[in-house]
Design a protein around this ligand. Structure first.
Ligand code: GLN
Length: 388
């Protein structure tokens, strides 16, 4: 029989994160797997979306984004990320940070180019490389503090290295890359003439005084960095699919072409509402941090109490755990996750899905705490009962 799937499509599997959400629904579970909030999005943003639909902003926006939103993104990026950006030449609005990442890779990578990923990594980056014809190379972040081994990183840079993907705050570990780590990475990028592609979707979700630094703001990096972010996490609207990337004009032009032929554009009325959301005052971001700190603490407490080996996130909304003695001797992360989920349990993401070689990370598991306190408390009760 002829096989119809392309070699590219056969190169990778369905997303484990999204599969866990589906199984959670079937098992009537409490979903702490896929990273999305179960609470409401901000009211003024929802009202702005309704107004935009009523005002009949229902046709295509400019393919690389409505002028209003590009200007709002440029302003925020200049102020918060300290990357001087112009809506006219540096900003492209995409269908989520997910599309921003694949459009960027398609725009800058040729077959055979190598891309460095820090491992564990958010699972999309692997397929993004393969779809672009590029080859991922890995540099391990080691638990419990997820420090970078710079000798290993330097060895990963080679003749064919074209880009490095940074994700700070980091999914799944909660690591926030420090200024000195980013400066070291920047030096390597400049020395080897490599592009930094940085996914900063969790940039406002920070704990214990952690500071978010964008590598694009460091000396010599503005022209060799693509900075990606979006509405999903900071404004609790993962289903709206509004993301963006910031890049120097030449790179932006290439990204805009890819974006145009991939999706034409992001939803027009939601772009209007996103522009309103980007204008929220400082108190919005302060309460976001306060509320997430409370959610993090509820989950941390129960995970520590039940015997997981926990690393305390400095940012983002996940806790990556070591299974320690909680897993049976031969039990894999996936088997453990299924045991925890079955019949109304708690859905998580098996750690192996964040590693290139699934035998690594098979004693780890990721919990998401972007949930109402009520949901987290229910999950805590189930964990206490099942793991006591
Ligand atoms: N980034 C989120 C996660 O890691 C959601 C991913 C997705 O399904 N798009 O769970």
């Amino acid at each position: 029989m002829r096989r119809w799937a392309s070699k590219k499509a056969e190169r990778f599997e369905e997303s484990v994160i999204r599969e866990m959400t589906r199984i959670s629904t079937l098992e009537n579970g409490i979903n702490l797997a896929q990273g999305f909030p179960d609470f409401e999005a901000p009211l003024p943003m929802k009202e702005a979306a309704k107004r935009a639909i009523d005002a009949d902003i229902n046709q295509y926006a400019i393919t690389w984004g409505s002028e209003l939103l590009r200007e709002a993104v440029a302003k925020r990026t200049s102020e918060y990320n300290r990357i001087p950006a112009s809506g006219g030449s540096n900003v492209t609005i995409c269908c989520g940070a997910t599309e921003a990442m694949i459009a960027t890779m398609l725009a800058v990578l040729d077959p055979g180019d190598e891309v460095i990923l820090f491992e564990p990594f958010y699972e999309n980056y692997g397929p993004d490389c393969w779809i672009s014809g590029a080859v991922p190379k890995f540099c391990r972040l080691a638990a419990p503090d997820w420090a970078i081994d710079f000798d290993e990183l330097e060895r990963a840079f080679g003749e064919k290295t074209r880009a490095i993907v940074i994700n700070t705050p980091h999914n799944p570990t909660g690591k926030v890359f420090s200024r000195s780590e980013l400066e070291h990475i920047a030096r390597l990028c400049i020395e080897h003439d490599v592009l930094a592609i940085t996914d900063e979707i969790y940039e406002y979700i920070l704990y214990d005084g952690a500071e978010h630094i964008s590598i694009g703001s460091l000396a010599g990096m503005a022209d060799r960095t693509v900075t990606i972010s979006g509405l999903s996490k900071t404004w609790s609207a993962t289903g709206w699919r509004i993301g963006w990337c910031i890049a120097a004009e030449e790179i932006s032009l290439a990204i805009r072409k890819m974006h145009d032929f991939l999706t034409v554009g992001a939803p027009a009325p939601l772009q209007e509402a996103a522009a309103a959301a980007l204008g929220f005052g400082e108190s919005y971001f302060a309460s976001l941090q306060r509320e997430y700190t409370e959610r993090r603490n509820v989950l941390l407490e129960v995970l520590e109490e039940t015997g997981f080996g926990v690393s305390r996130p400095q940012g983002a909304y996940y806790i990556m755990c070591d299974l320690g003695d909680l897993a049976r001797p031969a039990e894999t992360d996936t088997e453990f996750a299924m045991r925890l989920l079955r019949d109304g349990g708690v859905a998580t993401v098996p750690g192996s899905s964040f590693y290139a070689d699934p035998t690594t990370g098979n004693r780890e598991i990721r919990f998401c705490f972007a949930k109402k306190l009520e949901t987290l408390r229910k999950a805590a009760a189930v964990l206490r009962e099942r793991l006591a």
